[in-house]
Design a protein around this ligand. Structure first.
Ligand code: UD1
Ligand code: CA
Length: 450
C-alpha cells in the first residue's frame, strides 16, 4: 500500500508567546516540523503535504529544504483539525493509497508505531493512534467497545463518565485517502469550540459501518509541544535519549547531563567527551577522539585520535585529520587541519589549509577578510608558524618554512624559507632605571599636591 503524509502545521501556538511559528521551534537544533517529517519518512511516502497557516511562508521554506517534493497546502483560517486535513484535498488529487495524518508539533513519534498503524489498517478502514495518559487533562478520549473505537470525545464535550477514560487521542490517524475525504465532508462544527474536529470522523465512519480501531503507543511518543516549558521539557527528553544511545555505542561522556547534542550528532566509539561540550548541527567525530571541556562544535568533522579543547570552537567546514590537536581558545572555520598538525593556543584559523605535522604558534591569526571578500591561507607540511604571526590572505607558506614570532606575512613564503617581518630590537643600557626614577618622582609630586 502506498502512503501519503499529511502534516498539520497551521496552528499559531499562542502559548509559545512567539513571532516564530510553533512548528519551527527547534528540538536539538532541528525544527519540530522536520522531526515530524523524518519520523514519517519511514513509510517512504509517495506524497508529503504540509498544511500551513501561521507563518506559512517560513514553514514552507523549512519543509521544502528538508524535502523538495513536499507539497504545501495553505489553511487560510484555522477552523479545526478536520478543516486542516481538508486543505490537502488538491495535493492528494489522483492518489488512492493511505493517508497518514501527523502533527507538526509532535516530534517523538517512532518508526515502529507508524508501521503498526499501517499494519492495523489492513483489517480496519480507519486507525487512530492512542495512548494511556498518565494525566489525561484536555486530550480527546477514546471510547472503545472491545477492539472497536466507537468515537472520540473532546474534553470540552465529554460527560463526567467519558472524562474518566484515560485512553486518549494522539491526533494521528491512517485511512484510505478517498474514504478520509468523504468522512471529512460530513464533519460539522456543531460542538463546544465551534471547530471542525478531525476526531468526528470516527463516529461518522462507525455510522457508515466502517471498521475503526485504535493502536496504542507510549505517551512519550505523542508528547506535543504547546509552550516554552513543553519545548524545554521535550528537548530534555531528546537529550536524555541521545546521550543514552551514545553511551550504549561506547562513547564516554564524563558528565552526560552537561553535554548538549544536536539531532544529527555522530560520535564514534571510545571517543571521550568531557563536561560542558555543545554540539551544533552537522558534527561527526570519529573513534578514539577526545573533546575536552567547554568546547563548541558545529558543521565539522573530527578524525580518529584528534584532541580538541578545552575551550575550543570548531565552526562549519572545520575538517580535522587524524591526531590533529586544537587547543584552548582556538577557533577553526572552513579549514583543513592535516594529520598531526597542532594549533594549540589562542588562534583563529579560517578559510585555510594547514599541512601535516605543522605547528601553529600561539596567537596566530589568518587575516581572511578584507572587509569585502574572504581569502585563503595555505600552509604546507612541516611548517612552523611563530607565535603571534598574522597571515594576511591570500597567502601561501611552503613546506618546511618558518615564520618568526610577530611576523606579518603579506607575501608568499617559499618552502624552507624563514619569513621575518618585524622591527629590529634595540637595547638602551640604563634607560629603564632612568625612566623608573623619573616616573616615581612625578608620582611623589602629584601625591604631595593632592
Ligand atoms: C487535538 C485533538 C485531541 C487530541 C490532541 C492531541 C481534535 C479536535 N482534537 O486537540 O483529540 O487529544 O490533539 O494532542 O483534533 N491545526 C491546524 N489547523 C487547525 C487546527 C489545528 O493545522 O485549524 C494543527 C495544529 O497546528 C496542531 C494540530 O493541528 O499541530 C492539533 O491542533 P490542536 O489545536 O493543538 O489540537 P488539540 O486541541 O490539542
Ligand atoms: Ca495540541
Amino acid at each position: 500500500m502506498t502512503t501519503a503524509l499529511v502534516i498539520l502545521a497551521a496552528g499559531k501556538g499562542t502559548r509559545m508567546n512567539s513571532d516564530i511559528p510553533k512548528v519551527l521551534h527547534p528540538i536539538a537544533q532541528v525544527p519540530m516540523l522536520v522531526h515530524a517529517m523524518r519520523a514519517g519518512s519511514v513509510l517512504s511516502p509517495e506524497r508529503t503535504v504540509i498544511v500551513t497557516g501561521h507563518g506559512a511562508e517560513a514553514v514552507a521554506k523549512i519543509a521544502q529544504a528538508e524535502d523538495e517534493t513536499a507539497q504545501i497546502a495553505v489553511q487560510e483560517e484555522q477552523l479545526g483539525t478536520a478543516h486542516a486535513v481538508a486543505q490537502a484535498r488538491d495535493a492528494l488529487e489522483g492518489f488512492d493509497g493511505d493517508v497518514v495524518v501527523l502533527y507538526g508539533d509532535t516530534p517523538f513519534l517512532q518508526a515502529d508505531t507508524l508501521e503498526r498503524m499501517i499494519e492495523a489498517r489492513v483489517q480496519n478502514d480507519l486507525v487512530i493512534l492512542g495512548f494511556a495518559a498518565a494525566d489525561p487533562a484536555r486530550y480527546g478520549r477514546l471510547v472503545m467497545n472491545g477492539d472497536t473505537l466507537e468515537r472520540i470525545v473532546e474534553f470540552k464535550d465529554a460527560s463526567d463518565e467519558e472524562r474518566a477514560i484515560t485512553f486518549c487521542n494522539s491526533g494521528l490517524l491512517a485511512c484510505n485517502a478517498e474514504t478520509l475525504m468523504s468522512l471529512i465532508d460530513a464533519v460539522s462544527n456543531d460542538n463546544a469550540s465551534g471547530e471542525y474536529y478531525l476526531t468526528d470522523v470516527v463516529e461518522i465512519a462507525r455510522s457508515r459501518d466502517l471498521s475503526v480501531t485504535a493502536v496504542a503507543c507510549d505517551e512519550a511518543q505523542t508528547l506535543g509541544v504547546n509552550s516554552r516549558a513543553d519545548l524545554a521539557a521535550a528537548d530534555g527528553v531528546f537529550q536524555a535519549q541521545a546521550r543514552a544511545e551514545l553511551l550504549d555505542l561506547g562513547v564516554t561522556l564524563m558528565a552526560p547531563e552537561t553535554v548538549y547534542l544536536a539531532a544529527d550528532t555522530v560520535i564514534g566509539r571510545d571517543t571521550v567527551i568531557e563536561p560542558n561540550v555543545v554540539f551544533g548541527p552537522g558534527v561527526t567525530v570519529e573513534s578514539g577522539a577526545t573533546i575536552r571541556a567547554f568546547s563548541h562544535l558545529e558543521g565539522c568533522h573530527v578524525s580518529r585520535e584528534a584532541i580538541i579543547g578545552p575551550y575550543a570552537r570548531l565552526r562549519p567546514g572545520a575538517e580535522l585529520a587524524e591526531n590533529a590537536r586544537i587547543g584552548n581558545f582556538v577557533e577553526i572555520k572552513n579549514a583543513e587541519i592535516a594529520e598531526g598538525a597542532k594549533v594549540n593556543h589562542l588562534s583563529y584559523i579560517g578559510d585555510a589549509s594547514v599541512g601535516a605535522g605543522s605547528n601553529i604558534g600561539a596567537g596566530t591569526i589568518t587575516c581572511n577578510y578584507d572587509g569585502v571578500m574572504k581569502h585563503k591561507t595555505t600552509i604546507g607540511e612541516g611548517v612552523f608558524i611563530g607565535s603571534n604571526t598574522m597571515l594576511v590572505a591570500p597567502v601561501t607558506v611552503g613546506d618546511g618554512a618558518m615564520t618568526a614570532t610577530g611576523t606579518v606575512v603579506t607575501k608568499d613564503v617559499e618552502a624552507e624559507a624563514l619569513a621575518v617581518a618585524r622591527a629590529k630590537q634595540e637595547n638602551k643600557p640604563g634607560y629603564a632605571r632612568k625612566l623608573f626614577d623619573m616616573l616615581k618622582a612625578k608620582k611623589a609630586r602629584r601625591d604631595k599636591e593632592a
